[in-house]
Design a protein around this ligand. Structure first.
Ligand code: NAP
Length: 300
């Protein structure tokens, strides 16, 4: 069996950066990615906080990452990693088609959107319930919609949708947003965006298509109905870490030390899938670079 120095699991900003650094370190490396290089950031219409690019779409940014990695000769295989197991000196990375073996692994598997978990959500996905404004926003042209959440994703996507739809009701469970101040300022002064504070969506209504939501004010406990044609959910992320047994926090984010080492020697974790204070392209890139330095030290 082909033994790699390094297998990178995941092709978002952290994983591709690790690939670039590994190629430059002349490590025998392969990157495994199930959905094509890019990660969650390709769902972002606009990235304004990655230095060097005043304004760029997440998709265009990741095309540049990929081109740079491929110019350096990084091998990228399209396949889903189903299991990573530790055999001491070697690690086995399983995919549906075959097993890969490496001396070290960097987990860069990122995250997926968290669900609200309310009545109507699951049944109406694709029928008015969406987790991706850039993918689906077009279908809601001229309609009134609800967007749930108060973080960076919620407010970035509310601003994007405000250019397409008639009205964006941002339903947030508190009266203070979590998003960056500059995003808050823009959203608060946008006439298309209306905030529904201290409120949660209790139910999404619709037979075959979304027709409204049931809201509950968490302070007054009052319930009300709002007629809308769509619901966009941005209530945080869940890490893609089910395929590996490592020390994780209660939400599944992988514990790492300062060198990005995990609880298993030779396995490192980077980007959104690890327990960290900040999840941005800029921090993911830093993780990717640091992890390869740690891999080099580990391989000796
Ligand atoms: P997030 O920062 O965790 O925010 C999740 C939001 O959803 C919070 O406002 C939270 O409310 C709310 N929420 C959570 N569970 C809820 C529930 N059950 N019902 C109603 N509301 C709920 O998640 P995110 O916005 O998806 O961002 C994920 C990470 O990516 C973050 O680290 C973020 O900074 C980063 N990101 C960065 C950028 C950028 O820099 N341009 C863009 C997008 C995302 P509370 O505030 O009350 O907790």
């Amino acid at each position: 069996m082909n033994i790699y120095d390094l297998i990178i699991v995941g092709g978002g900003p952290a994983g591709v950066t690790a690939g670039i650094y590994a190629q430059r370190a002349r490590l025998k490396t392969i990157l495994l990615e199930k959905l094509g290089v890019g990660g969650q950031i390709i769902l972002s219409d606009l990235v304004e906080n990655y230095p060097g690019f005043q304004e760029i779409s997440g998709f265009d940014l990741m095309q540049k990452f990929e081109a740079q990695a491929k110019t350096l000769g990084l091998t990228i295989d399209d396949c889903e990693v189903t299991r990573v197991t530790d055999k001491g000196e070697h690690k086995i990375v399983k995919t549906p088609d075959h097993d890969y073996m490496a001396k070290s692994v960097i987990i860069a598997s990122g995250s997926k959107s968290r669900r609200l978990g309310v009545k109507g959500e699951e049944a109406l996905i694709g029928k008015g319930v969406s987790f991706c404004a850039t993918c689906d926003g077009f279908f809601f042209r001229g309609k009134d919609i609800v967007l749930v959440g108060g973080g960076n994703s919620a407010i970035t996507e509310a601003l994007y949708l405000a250019k397409i739809v008639n009205k964006v009701y941002v339903v947030h469970r508190r009266s203070e947003l979590r998003a960056e101040k500059i995003l808050q300022e823009r959203a608060l002064e946008n006439p298309v965006i209306e905030f529904v504070w201290d409120s949660v969506v209790e139910e999404i209504i619709g037979n075959n298509v979304v027709t409204g939501v049931v809201l509950r004010n968490v302070k007054t406990k009052e319930r009300s109905e709002l007629a809308v044609g769509g619901v966009f959910v941005y209530v945080g992320i869940t890490p893609n870490t089910e395929f590996i047994d490592l020390e994780k926090d209660e939400n599944g984010f992988i514990h790492t030390d300062r060198s990005l080492a995990t609880s298993i020697p030779g396995i490192f974790a980077v980007g959104d899938c690890r327990q960290t204070e900040l999840r941005q392209v800029a921090t993911a890139v830093g993780d990717g670079a640091l992890a390869v330095t740690s891999v080099e030290r580990y391989l000796g």
